[in-house]
Design a protein around this ligand. Structure first.
Ligand SMILES: Cc1cc2nc3c(=O)[nH]c(=O)nc-3n(C[C@H](O)[C@H](O)[C@H](O)COP(=O)(O)O)c2cc1C
Length: 342
């Protein structure tokens, strides 16, 4: 068993390693969440806008696969209020012990989850929202830098935003955005984080529900492969930036990567997800059950994607990340000693 680094985050979440897998809507289903939690990380189900029936099924599936803790991720601001209410009810009925929210801080959703006895994680993109989420009762703050894949609320680089958030709140903070290896984990710890929250690196695992095409594109991506844009806008509120791999749509947009409004984009079906239509410029990414023009869809990826070079099981990703973080911290410490002695 790999050595670990015990932190306030591992203590609060009840997991062995300070590594959280992001609740990626679509790709983060039971297989991935359970694999991460079984391996000693903290897994999450990404259930944004999913039906209560699917949420119940996925929670039951994780519980069949592992008895370790995990969370369910929801995004109040991107969900119809009635559906959100039903989703929350499904989570509480299934007895989940932790919820994670993202985007605008919804104090009511946090309070509701706390009343049900859940631990609440909240991903934020600014110091102000971190303080607001903590004041509303969040037990863990996840701070997202602009490097992140998927929907990006953070507008600043993680290396500057993270220490500011660490100084502003009391609860454990996890770093999110562009972290794909143990050097990233070591750096986040050095900046005051108590752990990391990773999406892209787990997206490229066999356990993720992403389509193989998306996984292959991640593995092939280089250091200039992602763009930050609001072109993939249909299904979300306006002004919701994403980070995706460049594709035929972003190339066609040329320099105009910003200023799109979901209601002003054409409705043209380019794919089917389990039979349901997927529009060009929709926020849907290709899943195992998607067919059609996959290349033109939102191929989410964080800016660390150039260092995701293989499709690896979640357990292996976690072990390598931990071992590399520990080796990095030890070698840094050794370097400092050598300079002082010499
Ligand atoms: C495919 C994909 C889907 C995502 N969906 C969600 C989501 O539904 N809810 C959420 O809180 N964050 C979502 N995110 C953002 C992650 O929570 C996290 O901020 C991001 O993955 C961190 O950056 P990284 O991908 O470079 O690790 C998603 C990210 C990706 C890559």
């Amino acid at each position: 068993m790999t050595e670990t680094i015990a932190t306030a985050l591992t203590e609060r979440l009840g997991c062995r390693y300070p590594i959280i897998s992001a609740g990626m809507g679509g790709p983060a289903r039971s297989e991935l969440a359970a694999a991460v939690s079984s391996a000693g990380g903290f897994g999450q189900l990404g259930m944004v806008r999913e039906s209560p029936a699917l949420i119940e099924r996925e929670i039951a599936a994780v519980k069949r696969l592992t008895n370790r803790p995990f969370a369910v991720n929801l995004i109040p601001a991107a969900t119809d209020p009635k559906l959100l209410e039903d989703e929350l009810a499904a989570c509480f009925k299934a007895g989940v012990s932790a919820m994670c929210f993202f985007w605008d801080v919804d104090q009511k959703a946090i309070a509701r989850a706390k009343r049900e006895g859940c631990l609440v994680l909240h991903q934020v993109g600014s110091v102000a929202d971190a303080v607001k989420a903590e004041d509303a009762g969040a037990d863990v703050i996840i701070v997202q830098g602009v490097e992140a894949g998927g929907h990006v609320w953070g507008k600043r680089g993680l290396s500057v935003l993270l220490p500011e958030v660490v100084d502003a709140v009391e609860v454990p903070v996890a770093a999110s955005g562009g972290i794909v290896d143990g050097r990233g984990l070591a750096a986040a710890l050095a900046l005051g984080a108590a752990g990391v929250h990773c999406g892209t690196v787990f997206l490229a695992s066999p356990e993720s529900f992403a389509h193989d095409y998306h996984k292959q594109r991640l593995v092939e991506a280089g250091s200039d492969s992602t763009v930050h844009t609001d072109l993939f806008a249909i299904n979300w509120p306006p002004d919701s930036p994403v980070r995706v791999l460049k594709n035929s749509e972003t190339e066609a947009a040329g320099k105009k990567l910003w200023g799109y409004h979901p209601d002003q984009l054409p409705r043209e079906v380019i794919a089917k997800e389990d039979g349901a239509p997927v529009y060009r410029y929709s926020t849907a990414s290709p899943l195992k059950v998607t067919t059609g023009k996959l290349e033109a869809m939102a191929l989410y990826a964080g800016d660390g994607v150039a260092r995701v070079n293989a499709i690896r099981p979640a357990a292996q990703i976690i072990e390598h990340m931990m071992a590399e973080a520990i080796a990095t911290i030890r070698s840094d410490a050794a370097r400092i000693t050598a300079v002082a002695a010499g």
